[in-house]
Structure formats: C-alpha cells, structure tokens
Ligand binder design. Structure first.
Ligand code: NDP
Length: 399
C-alpha cells in the first residue's frame, strides 16, 4: 500500500495511470500532476471510483520549489516522472530535498542542445545515497525493458556477453503520411541526431540513418531498420562486463523518412530559435504544434510492435545466440487503456519499476539503471502486467 505522484499526463502517463489503478494493492493512492490540469481531471473522471484513490494538481515541473511544495502536501512514497526529459533534474532535486524515491523513462536532455547522456543524472548518485532514497533511471521499454532483458540474458544464459543488438520495430500503421508515435519534439531530436554505437571500448559515430539493415520480425514481417544512438547503449556499455559491441536499430517506413528528410531540408526540425511575426519561435516546436497529437493516434493505429535484444556470447566455453522480445498489439492496447502500443510499452514498465521500488524489491540508496537490479521480478511482472516476452536460441543475426 503506498502513494505515487505521477508527473505528466500524456500518452505514456495515461497507460501508467491505468496500470496503477489495476494494481491498487500497491498503488492505493495516486496524484496526477501536470502542466494542463484538465487532462489530469479527464482521466480522473474516467478511472476514479476504483480502489486507487486519485487526486490531481497543476504543476510546472521546471520549478523545483513548486514540486517540493506538492510533494510535501501529498506525501508520496515515489515520484513517477512521465513529463519530458527536460524536467528530470528539477524533479530529482525535489526528490532529494523531500527524501522521496524517483523513477523515470528517459534521460535528461538540455532543451537547447539535443544531447543524450546520463552524466547529469548519474551525478546525483551521492545525493540520493545520502538521502537514503532510490532513483531508478530509464524504466520504459527502451531504455528499460531492453536493459532488464540484457541483465536477464547475462544472468541466465551467458558467462560473457560479447554482442547486443537492440531491435525496435513498430509495425503499426496510423494512416497519416507523417506522425510520430510519442512526443514529436523528443522523437525528431532523437532520429535526426548522428548515429553512434559502442565497439571495443569506443563510440563509433555515423551520419543520421547511415547504417540500414533488413530484419524479419516475428508478428510483423520484414522491415528496414536504421542504426541510431539510444541512451541505454551508454548504461549497458558500463554495466555489462566485457561487452564488445552494442548497437540499437529502429524501423522506419519510407513515408516517414521522406517527410522527415523534406522537413529537415527546409529547416523545420531545427531547435535554433528564429524570428517570426515579431516573436521568437523554435521551428521544431512549431512543427510539433501542427503534427497529429501522439496521444490521439490510438484509435487509428493498427498492427504490432516487436522490441527486443539479440545477444551473442559464450557459456561454458561454447558460443550462444539468444533473442528475447515482446510483441504488442496496438488495438489491444487501445482497448485496454485508450493509448497505442508505443505509449503502452513505456507506461507498463514505468508502473512495474515504481512497484518494485515501492515494495522494496528494487531498493538501494543511490541512482541506478534498471540493469543494475535483479532482473527476475521485473521479467515476471512483464508477463503479469501485459507485456509477455518470448525467447529464441536460434535467432536471425544482424550483420
Ligand atoms: P507527451 O508529450 O504525450 O506527454 C508529456 C506530458 O508532460 C504532457 O502531459 C505535458 O503537459 C507534460 N509536461 C511537459 N512539460 C511539463 C512541465 N514543465 N511541467 C509539467 N508537466 C509538463 O509525451 P509522452 O507521454 O509520449 O512521453 C513521456 C515521456 O516518456 C517522455 O520523457 C519520453 O521521452 C518518454 N518515453 C520513453 C520511452 C521509453 O521506452 N523509455 C518511449 C516513449 C517515450 P501538456 O499536456 O500540458 O503538454
């Protein structure tokens, strides 16, 4: 029995809120706090009246003082940060000063520089340790489940892991020529950045979308996928001993890539402010305003996602190949929570991570990534809470 403060009320939060309400023996009370309080009230109207008591609040999560006041008045055991990566540090500051556990799904990014790295959040380790509280970083799907999958592979099937390929396939179709499946600003910053992967102790940089492979995904079929930098590469390179190479691939359809190229060519994906109509605007933020809202894609998205890890290494001196993945159906997610599978596959692990910290299973003072904890309770919870996984010992490999 405990209380969680959920910050943000977008696509991902919507799923986490549903899951917390389904898991009322752990989440007896939640407070949903976001910039636009009407969204929090709407979901409270829909789900209130069950066994989880729901309250709502308006909050500017860029403001640590406001956060501290809200935490002090609500008294949560944990803060689940489902706002944007820009807010991570103010929310972590508020957690340290109120001695409240913390969970998020995306690493901190400064607004004016599309740079993804854990250094800013890892720097809080000593402060969390001294406050006796846990910060669980990146408890979504990727990062999140992919880290747990890697820790599980390491523990169960390998003496040494040499190669990890994280494959993220969204085989869903929303019928729009161009839309992003989660926050457009964060999504476009991620895919327009240079690619990067870890090999033999070094980062190898590529041009955006330079490396392309084709892969046959269970439940989806053949898709083109592209090498991107993704934040879990940094923590896995640190936490999986002796790993020689870690890469991340994501699938994109031709229509998405053609539109993106065109938007890039005309400067619409830039985060440099420009003068327009007598005021300053950021082109990418303007683009976000005209694109379909990801939270509204649920009713029209059909098809499946398939996300997992292809792992190679050795056990008892013999080579081992292993693939662990989840397939998730967009329409099934929508019927259950009103959100599509990209939000669902992120929102469920956020609830699971928060649950494991709250019930003490995954609790140690300091700042940690998911793969630094015992993977089994998380793997069991994935099966229980809607993200069952499959294993294969003869996977197709990525060259
Ligand atoms: P949305 O844009 O749908 O939702 C973000 C929410 O945060 C909105 O409700 C927004 O308010 C609120 N918010 C933004 N700024 C503030 C602020 N300053 N104060 C208070 N509230 C604020 O995003 P998603 O739900 O798609 O994504 C949520 C998080 O999940 C992001 O960090 C994203 O990067 C991460 N993510 C992680 C994945 C993973 O697998 N690990 C995959 C997908 C997403 P308003 O409603 O007013 O706009």
């Amino acid at each position: 029995m405990g209380k969680a403060l959920i910050i943000g009320c977008g696509g991902v939060a919507r799923v986490t809120i549903h899951k917390c309400c389904q898991n009322s023996s752990v989440f007896s009370e939640i407070c949903i706090a976001s910039r636009t309080v009407n969204k929090c009230n709407e979901i409270k109207m829909k789900l209130g009246g069950g066994n989880t008591k729901i309250t709502t609040a308006q909050i500017d999560a860029d403001n640590a003082k406001e956060l501290i006041a809200l935490i002090n008045s609500f008294g949560p055991d944990i803060v689940i940060n489902l706002a944007l990566p820009y807010q991570d540090l103010t929310i972590m500051d508020a957690c340290v000063s109120t001695k409240t556990h913390y969970v998020d799904t995306a690493n901190y990014e400064p607004k004016d520089n599309a740079k993804f790295e854990y250094s800013w959040q890892w720097a809080y380790h000593e402060r969390f340790r001294q406050a006796g509280i846990t910060a669980l970083l990146g408890s979504g799907f990727d990062p999140g489940v992919t880290g747990v999958f890697s820790a599980w592979a390491q523990k169960r099937y390998f003496d040494e892991i040499h190669y990890i390929d994280i494959l993220d396939c969204n085989g869903g179709d929303h019928g729009y020529p161009f839309a992003t499946n989660f926050n457009p600003e964060i999504n476009i910053r991620e895919v327009t950045a240079k690619g990067r992967y870890w090999e033999n102790g070094n980062w190898i940089e590529t041009e955006p979308m330079e490396i392309k492979r084709e892969y046959s995904f269970d439940g989806v079929g053949k898709r083109d996928m592209y090498l991107l930098y993704h934040e879990e590469l940094e923590s896995l390179a640190k936490n999986i001993p002796n790993v020689k190479r870690i890469r991340f691939f994501m699938t994109f359809g031709q229509s998405y890539l053609t539109h993106l190229k065109c938007l890039q060519n005309v400067g619409m994906t830039s985060i440099e402010p420009i003068e327009f109509g007598g005021r300053e605007i950021v082109p990418l933020q303007f683009l976000k305003a005209v694109l379909p809202d990801p939270a509204g894609l649920g009713p029209r998205t059909v098809g499946k996602t398939n996300i997992g890890c292809v792992v190679q290494g050795v056990k008892d001196g013999k080579p081992v190949k292993y693939y662990v993945y989840n397939i998730c159906d967009h329409q099934q997610c929508f019927r259950e929570t009103g959100a599509q599978a990209v939000s669902y596959t992120t929102g469920v692990p956020a609830m699971i991570g928060a649950m494991l910290v709250m019930n003490g299973t995954w609790r140690k003072p300091g700042v940690y990534n998911v793969e630094e904890f015992e993977p089994e309770p998380f793997m069991n919870a994935l099966n229980q809470w809607g993200l069952p996984w499959k294993e294969s010992f003869s996977p197709e490999l990525v060259d």
